[in-house]
Ligand binder design. Structure first.
Ligand code: HEM
Length: 434
């Protein structure tokens, strides 16, 4: 078959809002039901078609086997205004050397070293939540605050307490819901504060040892040239890590509690396992010690993956598991669609954490699950996010019982992240003296 014939064989669906906002995901879901694994949508803003691919084989070819034939494309162009040229948005040799430089900061042992501080922050959160005394509250707000604190502590270590001593200059990340140009401008204004901290650390180089992400960025040297990162690059990486690391984790936890609280048997199992564990295990939660909590999180990430769409643009003509694309073609893979693909997930819309028991996970195609992406551009923060989510769920489940306020209509809103459209109200009951 010729390339043209193969392209024509991919059914053509409706229009796509190439800004990937509004109801794009609802439209993708509708078209997936009509056309299945591969279809094209016209994007009037781009003046051309965008391919939407949802089979695990497409995922493997695009993100893993042939990753070098693609760059990030449409999804990232708007994000670049906010994050500059950090790890999420950079390409080619810059991306490769930055990834190499930053990767060690997310090594398992470095993440484990942060867990005691993460657990302590969650203990304080549990005390605040338990103090709500049965009054309804917006859990999302607490989650946004705590995930921001955790990523800022990872970045600034001991300097975090100094930075937020008066007012938290990063509070706009939790106070502002929109991620528009106004927000981008306000965020970039924090560059001055960041520069002052970089300057301070460079000046103190020989006297103070910092073991945090910012120091990793400052100390990094290019393998070939031996040059340090420019200050601008450091600032872009910090903004990238704050934004990418905070909202995604907050959304994932909000969905986790929404689903767990809505399924009392799962909630009871998560609480029982948290209470049965030793203090030492709760102080350093590991997935194998808390399988119910781990599976509930994994299943929430399946149903509501915060990174609901991944975009790529072909750098050359190629075939993605039988779909021929040409140079410049844009491709979308939506983890939301792949995770609810009826051929790979039984009763795909149902919340069922037992999907993640090892025996069931082992018989599923590996590329049917990608909440953190896959391949070389997969999420660098996954180890931190998983440790953070597990510590949060275990600590809270040990200290309180969370209930959904009845009668709420909960819907998703697919913006930069997949998050609840409006706040979800919970009540809490303390389980231990606080
Ligand atoms: C539940 C939490 C999280 C989810 C669901 C998530 C999801 C993702 C996904 C799907 C990608 C891949 C995007 C693509 O292939 O186009 C990604 C990349 C990335 N994430 Fe995460 N993420 C989470 C937490 C974090 C954390 C905690 C950090 C850092 C503190 C982080 C930093 C990044 C960065 C820097 C990239 C770009 C990596 C690269 O291109 O080399 N993320 N994330």
């Amino acid at each position: 078959m010729t390339t043209l014939a193969l392209r024509r064989a991919v059914p053509r669906a409706g229009d796509l809002d190439a800004a990937l906002g509004g109801d794009t995901l609802a439209e993708l879901v509708r078209q997936f039901k009509l056309h299945g694994d591969a279809f094209r949508m016209h994007a009037p803003l781009l003046g051309r078609d965008v391919f939407v691919l949802s089979h695990p084989d497409h995922v493997r070819h695009l993100l893993v086997d042939q990753h070098a034939r693609f760059e990030k494309g449409i999804g990232i162009e708007r994000v670049r205004i906010l994050l500059g040229n950090g790890l999420m948005t950079s390409e080619g040799t810059l991306w490769r050397s930055q990834r190499k430089a930053i990767q060690p900061a997310f090594h398992r042992l470095r993440v484990e070293a942060q867990v005691p501080a993460i657990v302590a922050a969650n203990e304080r959160l549990a005390t605040r939540i338990a103090a709500a005394g049965g009054e309804p509250f917006d859990l999302g707000r607490h989650l946004s605050d705590i995930t921001l604190e955790i990523v800022l502590r990872a970045l600034f270590g001991g300097t975090y307490d100094v930075l937020v001593a008066r007012d938290n200059p990063f509070a706009l990340l939790t106070d502002e819901a929109e991620r528009d140009l106004k927000f981008a401008y306000a965020l970039r204004k924090l560059g001055g504060l960041l520069q002052a901290e970089i300057d301070r650390r460079r000046a103190q180089r020989d006297t103070t040892r910092h073991d945090d992400l910012l120091q990793t960025l400052i100390d990094a040297r290019d393998r070939h040239s031996g040059e340090p990162m420019s200050d601008r690059q450091i600032r872009d990486e910090v903004f990238t890590l704050v934004v990418a690391g905070h909202e995604t984790t907050a959304s994932a936890l909000c969905w986790t509690w929404y689903l767990v609280a809505g399924h009392p048997a799962v909630a009871a199992a998560v609480r029982a396992e948290a209470s049965a564990a030793s203090d030492a295990d709760r102080a350093r939660p590991a997935a194998d010690r808390f399988p119910h909590a781990y599976r509930a999180i994994a299943e929430a990430l399946r149903l509501y993956p915060p990174g609901w769409v991944l975009t790529r643009r072909a750098l050359e003509a190629t075939s993605i598991a039988g779909v021929d694309v040409e140079r410049g073609d844009d491709i979308l893979v939506s983890p939301f669609l792949v995770h609810r693909h009826p051929a790979f997930w039984d009763d795909a819309e149902a919340f069922d954490p037992t999907r993640f028991v090892p025996e069931r996970a082992a018989v599923r195609p590996r590329f049917a699950y990608l909440p953190f992406g896959l391949g070389p551009r997969a999420c660098i923060g996954e180890p931190l996010a998983l440790a953070e989510m597990l510590a949060h769920v275990v600590t809270l489940a040990h200290r309180c019982e969370l209930f959904l306020v009845p009668g709420q209509r909960v819907e998703w809103d697919a913006r930069v992240n997949l998050r609840p459209r409006s706040t979800i109200q919970f009540t809490a009951a303390a389980r231990r003296a606080t």
